[in-house]
Design a binder for this molecule. Sequence first.
Ligand SMILES: [Zn+2]
Ligand SMILES: [Zn+2]
Length: 231
Amino acid sequence: MDRETLADWLAEGRSIESIARETGRAASTVAYWVNKYGLRSQHAKQHASRGGVEREDLEALLAEGVSIRAMAERLCVSYTTVRHWMAKYELTTPRGRRLAETASARANGAETTEASCPVHGHTLFVRRGADGFRCRLCRSSAVHRRRREVKRTLVAEAGGACVLCGYDRGLSGLHFHHVDPKEKAFALSRQGVTRSLAAARAEAAKCVLLCSNCHAEVEAGTAKLPAALLL
Ligand SMILES: [Zn+2]
Ligand SMILES: [Zn+2]
């Protein structure tokens, strides 16, 4: 960063944070050069005298989804100072807003409530544990991820391909087919995989991996599993 530009910006009354935003650098980097060149931010003086924080800086950090602790670090002030100015400007972190929104539901023991999710906006929240609420959409996408993870593991362990035709292009196109239908404890391809990996693995051991097409043919009796697999 060159001294000239930096000095001009500071003279215009720009804060370290706003220069950092404009140049796409970390505030700590800008602060480093300001110090190196023996310059000084006008805000530093103000901050020092009144422990102040600019609303604009707080809003920018909030938009980044930064926690209060990280804001304090970036702005070189204490945690309490950030809290103080957040309250003064009537700003809240997404977490703070969520806690406020779910406070009455927590107090009256409701199972669901509405609150704002940083990802899904204003939406339904469901109870999690004794004192928390979680966005229902975030929760189901976490469940979905977990299911795919377990399935990916089991499919790899089962050879990664349809035992009849060798199809291996997609996880969703591969099914676990129970060699002995009477042993069908639970459907592995659906809710089964939300069980523990160990339980799902025990179940997968009783299955063969088939692609959607071969699975349909086996179920219809038009295709037969190799005898070696039926042992
Ligand atoms: Zn969400
Ligand atoms: Zn197949």
